[in-house]
Design a protein around this ligand. Structure first.
Ligand SMILES: Cc1ncc(C[n+]2csc(CCOP(=O)(O)OP(=O)(O)O)c2C)c(N)n1
Ligand SMILES: [Mg+2]
Length: 831
């Protein structure tokens, strides 16, 4: 540096230029590394790093240090876009905007005394206090302030346990007595066996900003599984934005509050961040806040992550990360302002790392002095934030203000004790009013057939494209074949059945959204929903060209994620009940990566939170010799989760059945998730194809009776591909006394239909459940007791692969031998 100054030219402009360039150089170094020396930890345990490049002592360095090494440390020079960097620089280096300190103080007192009253009144219960990161409340207030000015009408917020109850009162503005009432556990009978703990429940409310903007608050219901709510929140936001059209991205602002340990540790965070800029998933920027108390339960930051800051997971994206000392409330508010303005200016995610501490143990029943004695000694001696801030700003009458607020809470607490039942803290949006959950009722049945004319009309739209479109020869042929299918000249396969179902739905005003890995073409080359011009790769989507006033049809390739994408689509379905929303696994086997989302949201969402979803899971399933991980969508797991009509589990055995099933899902007002085991090799197999006339039938059949055999002596019951193989085998054997019945709907159990079919073959002495899956998998243990109940005196046998630790063999040859044995046993097993 000294050398540079020396070599500068001696003219006046030259000196100025040299000084400017010297200033720029010094500032650049601080822009790059300054955050590492910032004063970020209120308790001082996170020591600034020694960075050799920053050991500069001159006037420029003093200025730069003030801008970049104070209580805000920002990581932003990894952003390639110079305009974005300049934007941040100007705000970090320019004059500081004023803060409404009195309001902030009031919020801090309210937030901290709320925790205090809970602590005193409900000693020994968990509440996951916010104390130590209480600045979250003025931070969210500032975010809402800016968002309100930018035209936001709703904040869609996902967060876990920490500080949630406080947020419900201070942000969602629910009356404190509602939260207190949830501590009273008023009427246990009203929730027996269902419901959820208080710090998971969703809440809604209205926030009025200082500039009189009204922002609706939607705090999303959340399971214990940390961060699982992230993609759900983003999917919900996207659905709300899609409903709103053009202005959606500014009206609906997503905010995720993370824990430091969870943000670094849970892979679903990375999956969610990865959606940020993708056309099918973007929400125009999410604000992420880490309520960073530098601890996860008993785990220290050194044990939590390999980076200096938990927030650095977000470094792979070209977005800023603002670290801020949670005890400099003004700085926290300025960061909130900057981050929100940035989100609205550039439409990307932003990260705010709010660094504080945790006043109590992980929950209030934990003793943290066992694992962190020194930290907790320091915390014990540390005054609450509102006291520090009141002194900093020289506030008057603080004691009296605190006393008044405390009395407010105490009288709210007394009122809560008088409530006879737990209040619900949320309102459902109007678009849910026409839909039903609970048990299935016959009145939910809908007709799903279409007239031949309508089918022909949709076929025409599905199989044609603009005259100047250069189509791939293979796709051309496929469309020609589909045209023949629609005209009844050729049996209909699954791909066409699906296209007709989607086409008919969007034509009647029902939006369709399908995402999954490689779903646009289809993993098995079966869908071809998007035509790609072979000369310039421009696209034509027949399903978006069905009719002038049709609903939207979005078929997207997803990221290579299961948990994240399924969470997103579940969220989307929560805020778009009118739409048919589908997630497709590449192979059903991979859906287990999303097991937490399946368990916590899809299966249990209604039971825990009373929240419905009509999401469809398409899970390719079938034993075809492709090895342990390309065979099984784990039917057994879904059946194990099934209770109280929480979802529908189906395996349509023909193209027409698939068509009716999809339409039923969209047209019925019974909104329940639908799990569909979809075919692979059977996608185009003649045995599973359907005549077009079957699409004009009334509806989906949960049980497919065997019309070829009357009064059989043996009834084989099965689901999926094996049924077709059994029919083939029967033909080979010239067997005329064995009936083969497909159970296309496994759950809710089609008792009436199965009883009718068994009664048709009253003289059959053997009823055999046949499955491809090993004995410890598939539908066996679900079906056997139910079939025994229906069979009465008759014996119920089963044919299946031997129990196995892995779903299938890795050898195609072994598979074939096994499959042959199954088929042969199906016709010969005796009691
Ligand atoms: C997926 C998952 N794993 C483990 C847990 C158990 N658990 C609950 S809170 C917690 C610590 C969370 O730490 P952090 O994310 O820093 O949040 P904090 O409690 O400090 O606010 C753990 C391990 C969980 N809830 N979810
Ligand atoms: Mg933590």
């Amino acid at each position: 540096m000294a050398n540079r100054l020396k070599s500068a030219p001696a003219t006046a402009t030259g000196v100025l230029e040299a000084a400017n360039s010297e200033r720029e150089h010094v500032f650049d170094v601080f822009r790059r590394w300054g955050y590492l020396q910032a004063d970020l930890d209120p308790l001082g345990f996170l020591q600034p790093l020694r960075i050799p490049e920053l050991q500069i002592e001159n006037e420029f360095a003093r200025e730069a240090r003030q801008a970049y090494c104070g209580t805000i440390g920002v990581e932003f020079v990894h952003i390639p876009d110079a305009e974005k960097r300049r934007w941040i620089q100007e705000r970090m280096e320019g004059p500081q905007s004023p803060v409404d300190q009195e309001t902030a103080l009031d919020q801090l007192i309210r937030a901290e005394l709320f925790e205090l009253v809970l602590q005193q009144r409900y000693l020994g219960t968990k509440r996951f206090s916010l104390e130590g990161t209480t600045a979250l409340i003025p931070l969210v207030d500032e975010i809402l302030e800016v968002a309100g000015r930018q035209g936001a009408s709703e904040l869609v917020m996902g967060m876990s346990h920490r500080g949630r109850l406080n947020v419900i009162v201070q942000v969602a503005k629910r009356a404190p007595e509602e939260v207190f009432a949830n501590f009273e556990d008023v009427d246990p009978r009203s929730v027996l066996g269902s419901g959820d703990v208080k710090y998971h429940m969703g809440a809604t409310g209205e926030y009025v900003t200082r500039t009189r903007a009204r922002v609706h608050i939607h705090l999303v219901s959340n399971p214990s599984h940390l961060e699982a709510v992230d993609p759900v929140t983003i999917g919900r936001t996207r659905a709300k934005q899609d409903r709103a059209g053009e202005s959606g991205k500014s009206k609906y602002l997503p905010l995720l509050v993370h824990g430091d340990a969870a943000f670094a540790g849970q892979g679903i965070v990375a999956e969610t961040l990865n959606f940020a800029d993708l056309p099918g998933y973007t929400v125009g920027g999410t604000i992420h806040i880490l309520a960073n108390n530098l601890i996860g339960f008993t785990t220290t930051p050194k044990e939590e992550h390999s980076s200096r800051f938990s927030a650095q997971l977000a470094r792979r994206q070209a977005i800023p990360i603002f670290h801020v000392n949670a005890e400099d409330v003004d700085a926290v508010i300025r960061v909130g302002r900057m981050a929100t303005e940035y989100r609205y200016q550039f439409g990307t995610d932003v990260v705010i790392d709010l660094i504080g501490y945790r006043r109590h143990g992980h929950s209030e029943v934990d003793d943290p002095t066992i694992t962190q004695p020194l930290l907790y000694k320091a915390i014990k001696e540390h005054p609450p934030l509102w006291e520090i801030y009141a002194e900093d700003i020289g506030a008057e009458d603080v004691g009296a203000r605190a006393q008044a607020i405390r009395e407010e809470y105490e009288s709210a607490q007394q009122k809560a004790g008088e409530l006879s039942k737990k209040p619900s803290m949320r309102d459902l949006p109007d678009y849910w009013s026409g839909y039903k959950g609970g048990r299935y009722k016959a009145e939910y049945t809908v007709d799903t057939g279409l007239s031949p004319e309508e089918l022909r009309e949709i076929t025409e739209r599905l199989t044609t494209y603009p005259a100047d479109f250069h189509i791939h020869p293979k796709v051309k042929k496929l469309l020609e074949q589909r045209a023949e299918m629609g005209q009844g000249k050729r049996a209909l396969d699954y791909g066409m059945a699906e296209a007709l179902a989607f086409g008919s739905l969007v034509k009647s005003g029902i939006p369709v959204r399908l995402t999954g890995q490689d779903s646009r073409r289809g993993t098995f080359n079966q869908r071809h929903s998007v035509l790609v011009d072979v000369e310039d790769e421009h696209e034509y989507v027949p399903l978006q060209n069905i009719s002038a006033d049709q609903a939207r049809c979005d078929i997207c390739n997803s990221t290579l994620s299961e948990a994240g994408v399924l969470g997103f689509e579940y969220g989307y379905s929560r805020d778009y009940p009118e739409a048919l929303v589908l997630w497709e696994a590449q192979f059903g086997d991979f859906a287990n990566v999303a097991q937490a989302v399946i368990d916590q949201f899809v299966s249990a969402g209604e039971d825990k939170w009373g929240l419905l979803s009509g999401l469809v899971l398409l899970l390719p399933h079938g034993y075809e010799g492709q090895g342990p991980e390309h065979s099984s969508a784990r039917i057994e797991r879904f059946l194990q989760l099934a209770a109280r009509d929480n979802f529908q589990i189906c395996q349509p055995s023909s193209a027409a059945q698939y068509f009716h099933l999809l339409r039923r899902q969209a047209l019925s007002h019974w909104r329940k998730p639908l799990v569909v085991f979809t075919p692979k090799s059977m996608l185009r197999h003649p045995d599973a194809s359907s005549p077009i006339d079957d699409l004009s039938h009334q509806r989906f059949l949960s049980v497919l009776p065997d019309m070829e055999v009357e009064n059989a002596t043996r009834v084989l019951l099965c689901t999926g591909k094996i049924g077709h193989e059994l029919r083939e085998e029967r033909k080979k054997r010239r067997d005329v006394s064995t009936a083969i019945v497909f159970v296309d709907q496994l759950y809710p159990f089609p008792e009436t239909e199965l009883t009718a079919e068994l009664n048709r073959h009253a003289s059959a002495r053997e009823i055999v459940w046949v499955q491809e899956e090993p004995a410890n998998m598939g539908a066996l243990s679900y079906m056997l007791p139910r079939l025994r109940h229906l069979a009465g005196e008759r014996s119920v046998l089963s044919v299946k692969r031997s129990a196995s630790a892995s779903p299938a063999t890795g050898s195609a040859k072994a598979h074939e031998v096994e499959q042959k044995t199954l088929l042969s046993l199906a016709f010969s097993t005796k009691q």
